[in-house]
Design a binder for this molecule. Sequence first.
Ligand code: ZN
Length: 565
Amino acid sequence: MSLNRLLWTAGIVILSLIFTACGNNGSPDLILHNGTIITMDENRPEVGAVAVLDDRIVAVGNAENILAMAGSATTVIDLEGRFVSPGFIEGHAHFTGVGVLRMQLDLLGIESWQEIVAMVEQAVAEAEDGDLILGRGWHQNDWTIEPERMVGDLPHHEQLSAVSPNNPVILTHASGHMRFANAYAMEMAGVDNDTENPRGGEIVRDETGAAAGAFRQRASDLLQSVGRSWSPDLAQVMRNANEESLRYGITTFGDAGTSVSLIEQMIEVHQSNPLSVRLHLMVRSSNENLRDGLPRIAGKIENDPYFTVSGIKKAIDGALGTHGAWMVDPYTDRPETSGFNTTPLEEIYEAGELSLEHNLQMAVHAIGDRGNRETMDLYEAIWEAHDVDGTALRWRIEHAQNLHPDDIPRLSELGLIASMQGVHATSDGPWVPQRIGEERSRQSAYVWRSLLDEGTIIINGTDAPVERLDPLPSFYGSVTREMRNGEQFFPEQSMSRVEALRSFTIDGAYGIFREHDLGSIEVGKLADFTIFDRNLLTVSDDELRDAKVTHTIVGGRVVYTSDDE
Ligand SMILES: [Zn+2]
């Protein structure tokens, strides 16, 4: 397949050269000039202008020469000093999750429970009695004032239920690992004082033993019957996610896990309403469904530059916040536990074999240092058993959040991709040392400097909708390690600006086997560009924080222009 792609790309290059040579017909469709155009091509890091024909880059060079190629049908964009980067590649986020978020109350970053209650009150006023009200993205750590009534560090449902007496309300936590319900929703779900905690979950209870509103982990499944009355239109969900991507300058979206059946539905939608962001999906299903579904999905996506099923995803552990990350040594703040393994290792091993069989990239979510170590051991065991050179396979570790110092060099030795999210370090930073102590945080948490120094390829992302899909906070966090409180989380692990840009462009492309046609501004590559209002490589940290995307170009088409333009 990769040889095919190579030949195909070579063909396009030759074709483009012929077109360029024959004048009138071959004049470019689009020329960008008069800005800072950073190519991420080491041989030619910056150019004065770039020309596009159809969906490919046909020329780069100094502005005078490129402008001379313009014909009567050429659109010439004067960048007026703006900054052009190869199109940004989101390494790990959740496409339908992003789309669904736009159909719910968006609670990301809301600074108090009182404000959330007011948003629900407003939604109730606009809804019919009985309509389900959904929201997502709240996080108690974001709140600057305390809720009036609390249970532990969480609110009691009382206030929320008072403003929504005739509507079920379900509000999902930013992490996705907890849901919050009002009294009406809990009644619909049949939850009362006698309802027992399901395995792997907890109904948070007040001092009287009554459910207080929050449902942790698996307990939130109890609310599923309430949610069933809501089935959003998939075409709308995908349209939303597509728009959201382009708005934030994302030209390629790496989706970190969608089921076989949902991917099949998405392919159908895409065939009638084509996406304009390039979507790369990892399949996340039971091994049985993978075995059954992979041959079907793989056949459908061949050679579509906008829809690719590129990998298989499994999770070896949970999250650090909930003490679910699988650690080598016990947690500092809960010494009785070292976290746990969430998917049986045999299941992950089998999925790795399926990856080999179907020529897909294997990806494992691993947060704790034990989870990361076990993932690497497992990869090695699979390669050995099948006698393959795994180092060429670019298998991935999603998050790679805590790495034991002994394991840091192993990623580059094994040729693994570290799929990390800059913004996680700065969002989680304030409480990481509480979980695992100062020393382990320093040595093992989000150690991207150490990884880069070992030669590991890091790809960046946001994990949206856990965080907003905006890549700039991740870019900013990657280079400053500055947390919301203004302090830095072990700044010695920062990336340089260029490294951060690589992680979103050329390295992002390498992370999905697309470096032959994405990730840099070179003749023959797809014409994907993200244009910013300022130079991401040279402005001060303060100015970087306020950078904005002004245009997004995918396949030579301007698919987003900001309102201020
Ligand atoms: Zn994720």
